[in-house]
Design a protein. Structure first.
Ligand SMILES: Nc1nc2c(ncn2[C@@H]2O[C@H](COP(=O)(O)OP(=O)(O)OP(=O)(O)O)[C@@H](O)[C@H]2O)c(=O)[nH]1
Ligand SMILES: [Mg+2]
Length: 398
């Protein structure tokens, strides 16, 4: 089964907790609690010999391991390994806010979800403010993300045409593909890939399901066909003179209208207009005439493909990466007058402490005062005397 769309739930690993301990070699004690290990991150990595998501289709939840807790006396927790999910070239990644990234290159890596950081032990929390802290950070909680992966195949040439025009017969004739062909429309329901070898070059080529009127708005297999054109460099319009409903010009117009309605930029791709089934009728028409079934005109077609110098051409899609990934986020809600509640990972960073109560309170106050949350609350005009709720902590703003 060809799977070119998949939804995944990703859970990174949480960080291990730091420890609280003291060495007391001399009369002075000093903090020596070590840090927890980092939780595993989730990374997407492209692999050249993958052509869809069927290898991960049966698994929709990916969970990285947690970092280890620190032990006392300088013994750090173990960092967890990252979880790498392999995907084909041409994978786009979306979340509810839209496109996150498009991966087009071999062995390209995307750090999609960072693991929770290991918590600092009291050794690393030592400061001028508190030279002997009785506190440690708990590990940062795991992050969760729902993503959709969508594949647009990376190929040199895509064969487009109405149902039954002979697209699969052509790819079978000119490549190693074993595409299914038949005399009824919509024989092909997912792309077939093949490698075409001409005298000069090698090309990857794909045979797509038949396109019909309204495809750009989702009729037939519509958009799931057209999306594959974003990563191809040349189009072959395969035209069928035996089509009783639309003549050659009408077929060209339908194909042009649909790809243009899907994405205006697709008009920039070079198009080879090829008339198939010329064994049935052979009227002069100024286009490339072939018979995919009987192998007529194939040499001429390969010559025309070579002339396009495809290796110098570019597909429309570009690599893309949204830059706001993995930031420490927070949201502020003004639930009732003078009551402000703050949620999110930035809150955890500030409040994620265990140990001596007074030290914990002082450290949270310090972190809060120096945080983006505090700056944002100021901008929002929070009045002195208001209550601020940060996770499980509540305090009066002044
Ligand atoms: N006479 C003749 N018949 C052809 C030729 N090429 C394909 N056919 C026939 O046309 C019919 C459709 O061929 P396919 O290759 O399955 O067509 P397709 O464009 O892939 O069709 P869909 O996948 O349904 O869109 C089959 O019966 C083929 O044998 C040709 O050059 N000459
Ligand atoms: Mg077909």
């Amino acid at each position: 089964m060809f799977v070119d769309k998949i939804n995944l739930t990703l859970l990174s690993g949480s960080g291990g907790s730091g420890s609280i301990s003291f060495s007391s070699k001399s009369s002075k004690t000093s903090p020596n609690g070590a840090s927890g290990g980092n939780g595993g991150s989730i990374i997407l990595k492209t692999r050249k010999d993958l052509f869809d998501f069927s290898h991960i289709y049966s698994k929709s939840i990916f969970k990285a391991e947690n970092g280890g807790d620190a032990s006392k006396n300088l013994q750090s927790g173990k960092n967890a390994g990252d979880l790498v999910i392999e995907v084909p070239l041409g994978t786009s990644i979306f979340d509810d806010e839209g496109l996150i990234s498009v991966l087009l290159h071999e062995n390209e890596e995307l750090l999609l979800l960072e693991g929770g950081k290991g918590g600092a032990g009291n050794k690393d929390l030592k400061s001028k403010r508190n030279p002997n802290p009785g506190i440690a950070e708990q590990g940062q909680r795991r992050f969760k993300k729902e993503v959709r992966l969508d594949l647009s195949l990376i190929t040199d040439i895509a064969i487009l045409g109405l149902p039954n025009s002979g697209k699969s017969t052509l790819i079978k004739k000119i490549t190693n593909s074993n595409a299914k062909t038949d005399s009824y429309p919509f024989t092909t329901i997912s792309p077939n890939l093949g490698v075409l070898e001409s005298l000069n070059s090698k090309y990857t080529i794909c045979d797509l399901p038949g396109l019909i009127k309204g495809a750009a708005t989702g009729v037939g297999l519509g958009k799931s066909i057209l999306k594959h054109l974003m990563n191809t460099k040349v189009l072959i319009f395969l035209l069928d003179p035996s089509n009783t409903e639309l003549n050659i010009d009408e077929q060209i117009k339908l194909l042009e209208d649909e790809i243009f309605a899907y994405e205006k930029k697709l008009r920039q791709l070079p198009v080879l207009k090829v008339i198939n089934k010329s064994d049935l009728s052979n009227k002069p028409n100024g286009m490339i005439n072939i018979s995919a079934l009987e192998g007529l005109g194939i040499d001429k077609l390969l010559e025309k493909i070579d002339e396009l110098n495809i290796s110098s051409l570019k597909a429309l899609n570009k690599s893309y990466l949204r830059t706001d990934l993995n930031k420490n986020e927070f949201t502020i809600e003004n639930t009732t007058q003078n009551y402000w509640e703050v949620f999110g990972h930035e809150v955890d960073r500030i409040t994620n402490l265990i140990g001596n109560e007074i030290d914990v309170f002082n450290e949270i106050s310090y972190r809060f005062e120096n945080s983006d949350i505090s700056a944002e609350l100021k901008l929002l005009g929070v009045n002195n005397g208001s209550t601020i709720k940060l996770g499980k902590f509540e305090f009066i703003y002044e």
